[in-house]
Design a protein around this ligand. Structure first.
Ligand code: AMP
Length: 189
């Protein structure tokens, strides 16, 4: 069975953690655009150099860059029978590009899971992660800015997917296992 899922939610809502757990449970790759960018920054590639400027400022990497990176990743063999997208799409232009990529393959999305979490909670989580992982975009100012960008550019996408009947809202607060169970229920897995 193919499963194509998008995980959407503010930074700090736990998308990465849940994506890894669901990927294992569902047998589809978790594809995180943030992780791919970070790997490129670490590897000092051209893409990494471009992305870093935006990431450090808490801005989105330009759509053309992000979309072509995702097109490349989705064309790999392991994504043929499904995927879990973590952190993509984040803009309307990305929604349109993803639609085109799927249409090309005669494929369609099954679920868009929105992980909800309140702002103070996610700021607290991100600050805790900053001290553990030392991510350069986890300072309080940048965190607040990332949340604003999310509210402005990404939150509205949930309406788009709701209109398509694909949106499943899941409370992201609680322990990791509880949230995974909620997601599984929401997608009937
Ligand atoms: P994340 O790990 O998903 O929070 O992503 C970290 C950073 O990578 C974001 O703040 C953006 O700068 C960049 N990024 C990740 N995904 C995207 C995307 N879909 N569009 C644009 N920028 C992205």
């Amino acid at each position: 069975m193919t499963t194509r899922i998008i995980l959407i939610g503010p930074p700090g809502a736990g998308k990465g953690t849940q994506a890894a757990r669901l990927s294992e449970a569902l047998g589809v790759p978790a594809i995180s655009t943030g992780d791919i960018f970070r790997a490129n920054v670490k590897g000092e590639t051209e893409l990494g150099r471009t992305a870093k400027r935006y990431m450090d400022a808490g801005e989105y990497v330009p759509d053309e860059v992000t979309n072509s990176m995702v097109a490349d990743r989705l064309s790999q063999d392991d994504a043929k029978d499904g995927f879990l997208l973590d952190g993509y799409p984040r803009t309307r232009a990305q929604v349109a590009d993803l639609d085109a990529m799927l249409e090309e393959r005669g494929a369609s999305l099954d679920h868009v899971v929105e992980l909800t979490a309140d702002v103070d909670e996610v700021v607290g989580r991100l600050l805790a992660r900053a001290s553990l992982q030392g991510r350069s975009d986890d300072t309080e100012d940048v965190i607040r800015h990332r949340l604003d960008v999310y509210a402005e550019q990404t939150q509205p996408l949930t309406d788009v997917y709701d209109q398509r009947g694909l949106l499943r809202q899941v409370d992201g607060l609680g322990d990791v296992e509880t949230v995974t169970e909620r997601i599984r229920q929401a997608i009937g897995a």
